[in-house]
Design a protein around this ligand. Structure first.
Ligand code: PLP
Length: 449
């Protein structure tokens, strides 16, 4: 056993770090030098010893309203005492219907029907299954192929990794990933470096869908799934006009368009959904994270009316879609979701996010572009990614050390993707918070040069 701290009987710091096999973590490094948090409030985490850690990542792009917000905490507490669980298969509870209506009202156009699950990965798999089942219901059962994009991330279910384009996520599972193809990613440093917001170059990359259709035939393709901004592979904003072009090509060939808005939903890009920012309505839209401010696990898919209605045929005692999860529309998550949407509305957080974007962009670009080894900065909404030159023969290590230093030396949580530092602060961030984030980043970039 590894003993952390002097007092092995302390409950604040467990004395055995081995039992928890941590997800997406360099386990051995973490356990040798843990980055542990025990409490949170607003823009800050606190270590078990009480040291404040500025949260420059909104947890995992999810605590958009900041941490431990009173109305959400109280809603969860009240719900736990009132209705702990009820099944959503053949039974319902009122908050599930209320939350679905509220989400549908926030979503653009006729994205009117909400299917609940518990995570972004489940949302991705749900949307892909819906797309395939939709064509089946329409009598076009040969339309099963799913098209994703290189550098796309749609969680870790088999559906999500099949359309996803992250090599380490796919490497060991090849045998189960048939029936997909991928658009090229939209990043080209030579053409786009240091673009603020959406790059000018790259809309034509959507035309690659025409090549894929010519290869496979539209009669075999169910859907195209993309993130409006690829988050996990280092903030790749959609080039100007790209998403509109994708929508046009999908319409032309009768292919469904799915937006994965697990990150971009609920204010990250200054609107309830990125779909609104870009004026493009997908057929299916996935969400998770910010829907409950991450205070309870929840994800979901919003379907347009024609998708939903295609299933509502046949005898009315028969289940229309053979899909769902025990915890779909869990009462605690629904209560958290309703309180979260109230908070976003009452504090005008989507509008605040939009107003903050230019201030944030200037702070990040002005403060970091001349730092040693900064190769590119990308930004859209309240996100930023800083590519830094790798150390010789050790790809990814400089950013890893910078992340560790940020935590231990600067008291700040950031994320990395290869040798890229990623920051996505809560939408409640003030100008002074933005300044602090940039100053701390500057110091860890200097310290790892
Ligand atoms: N889709 C996107 C775009 C994401 O960024 C993520 C997580 O970061 C997911 C899906 C997966 O979500 P989860 O980790 O909740 O399964």
């Amino acid at each position: 056993l590894r003993v952390v701290g002097d007092d092995a009987s302390s409950t604040a710091i467990p004395n055995d770090l081995q039992a928890f096999w941590m997800p997406f973590t360099a386990n051995r490094s973490f356990k040798a030098r843990p980055r542990m948090v025990a409490r949170a409030k607003d823009m800050y985490y606190f270590t078990p010893e009480g040291k404040p850690i500025l949260d420059a990542t909104a947890g995992l792009w999810c605590s958009n309203a900041g941490h431990n917000r009173d109305p959400i905490v109280q809603a969860i507490q009240k719900q736990a005492a009132e209705l702990d669980f009820s099944p959503s298969f053949q039974f319902g509870h009122p908050k599930a219907f209320e939350l679905a209506s509220r989400i549908a009202a926030l979503a653009p156009n006729d994205l009117d029907h909400v299917f609940f699950c518990n995570s972004g990965s489940e949302a991705a798999d749900t949307a892909l299954k819906m797309a395939m089942a939709y064509w089946n219901a329409r009598g076009k059962g040969a339309k099963t192929r799913l098209i994703g994009r290189e550098r796309g991330y749609h969680g870790v279910g088999f559906g999500g990794i099949s359309v996803g384009g992250i090599v380490p996520n796919r490497r060991f599972f090849g045998a189960l990933l048939a029936g997909t193809d991928h658009l090229p990613h939209t990043y080209d440093r030579e053409k786009q470096a240091f673009s603020k917001g959406e790059p000018e170059w790259g809309a034509h990359l959507a035309d690659e869908l025409e090549r894929i259709v010519a290869l496979h035939d539209a009669a075999t393709i169910a859907a195209v799934m993309v993130e409006p901004m690829a988050g996990s592979t280092g903030v790749l904003p959609a080039p100007k006009g790209y998403l509109k072009r994708l929508r046009e090509i999908c319409d032309k060939h009768d292919i469904l368009l799915i937006f994965d808005e697990v990150i971009t939903g609920f204010g990250r890009l200054g609107a309830p959904f990125a779909s609104e920012r870009y004026g493009v309505t997908p057929d299916l839209l996935t969400f998770a994270k910010g829907v409950t401010n991450a205070a309870a696990p929840m994800g979901g898919v919003i379907a347009r009316k024609h998708i939903h209605d295609a299933f509502m045929t046949g005898p009315d005692h028969i289940v229309e879609l053979f899909h769902g999860y025990t915890y779909s529309a869990h009462p605690l998550a629904c209560a958290a979701g309703l309180a979260t949407l109230d908070l976003y509305r009452d504090e005008g957080l989507f509008e605040k996010s939009k107003a903050m974007e230019p201030i944030w962009a200037d702070a990040v670009f002005d403060g970091l572009k001349d730092k040693p080894g900064v190769l590119d900065i990308r930004q859209v909404g309240l996100t930023a990614a800083i590519d830094i030159a790798s150390w010789k023969d050790a790809p990814g290590k400089r950013a890893f050390v910078a992340m560790d230093k940020a935590f231990h030396d600067e008291g700040m949580m950031i994320r990395t993707s290869g040798d890229c530092l990623v920051v996505t602060p809560p939408l409640i961030m003030s100008e002074s918070d933005a300044g602090q984030i940039v100053e701390k980043l500057a110091r860890v970039i200097d310290a790892t040069a």
